[in-house]
Design a protein around this ligand. Sequence first.
Ligand SMILES: NC(=O)c1ccc[n+]([C@@H]2O[C@H](COP(=O)([O-])OP(=O)(O)OC[C@H]3O[C@@H](n4cnc5c(N)ncnc54)[C@H](O)[C@@H]3O)[C@@H](O)[C@H]2O)c1
Length: 360
Amino acid sequence: MRVLVTGGAGYIGSHTIDLLGKQGHEILTYDNLSTGNEWALLYGDLVEGDLKDVDMLRRTLKDFSPEAILHFAASIVVSESVKNPLLYYRNNVVNTINLMKATARQKVPNFIYSSTAAVYGVPDQSPVPETAALSPINPYGWSKMMAERIVFDISAQAGIQHVVLRYFNVAGADPEGRLGQSCRNSTHLIRRALRAAMGELKKLPIYGTDYNTPDGTCVRDYVHVSDLASAHLCALDYLACDSVPGIRHHVMNCGYGHGFSVWDVVAMVKKVTGTDFEIEVKPRRPGDAPNVVSDSSRLQQLTGWKPQYDDLEMLVRTAWEWEKKERPASVPLAVVEARPEIKSQVPEIGKSVALAMGGD
Ligand SMILES: NC(=O)c1ccc[n+]([C@@H]2O[C@H](COP(=O)([O-])OP(=O)(O)OC[C@H]3O[C@@H](n4cnc5c(N)ncnc54)[C@H](O)[C@@H]3O)[C@@H](O)[C@H]2O)c1
């Protein structure tokens, strides 16, 4: 298939492109590189463009004529969304309208939208099914919920098949060590715990140890980014499959269906990294639900998705390997080895390679 990937240079998009490329799909990434990196694109070409640029978007879709679009591009930091909600409504809602308009105009038949468990807010049941009430508690969650609705309505009107994937807690890195999360301001627990293990954070704050959970800390469903990437390929196959009758419109949760507590994660990070960093227990944060675990049976039943990396140790280990590689060089050597042609395009890469090879 010809697949256009918005936000393909980011964390989840780049892992998905790796799988798409390995399966022989023709890929074009549309990304403004605001948080993504060109070196993370292991397959296909890049159009450096912003979703707000409707002319460029339209031209790109016309020239490439995709058979499917995977829409990852978004602003994703919850605390930033509280400080600057307009940024989130512009980038996640208005820009999704721009993309859907161009998608309908070009009659692209298949669309996959990256959504989030944040649309459920504080769910009153766990495992959480797709039918649970949508009640976001921050502008990020609201913007993703609004964008889901836009995708649904425009797809239904224009005859575009679509899957909305609601990811739970995404973590880990490419098991081959070529890709990982690079965004410095990530607030995710595993990333912060690894930064504490690196000595970049003096103490790891933990919010609330008196929840009604087995050890008193919050429980979350951590899904490995490579399994999440494979869920996109399964969803794409499902949309493209001729044997399923009718036009398909689905929302599907993506997680493992069981969780780990904050203490479980801290213990695993200490074990994997061999360090004993300090913890600071703080009061509960408003809006943190005690237990959020995905009911992903719809994704499994409809698309046949079978996770391969449902293992906390493996998840933490791949993330740790990536963190170690990322510093001090901005680009890991393995990436440059995989794509030597990009070395000349990005000056810092040359520098990183020189450092990694013992140069100045
Ligand atoms: N990371 C998570 O834990 C998580 C959890 C649930 C859902 N999601 C969703 O997954 C998607 C991808 O998240 P990620 O973690 O890979 O984020 P990321 O920041 O690593 O990637 C986002 C990519 O989109 C690009 N981008 C942003 N705005 C753009 C614009 N206006 N025009 C063109 N490109 C633009 C960025 O440059 C970047 O490459 C997002 O839609 C996010 O809401 C992420």
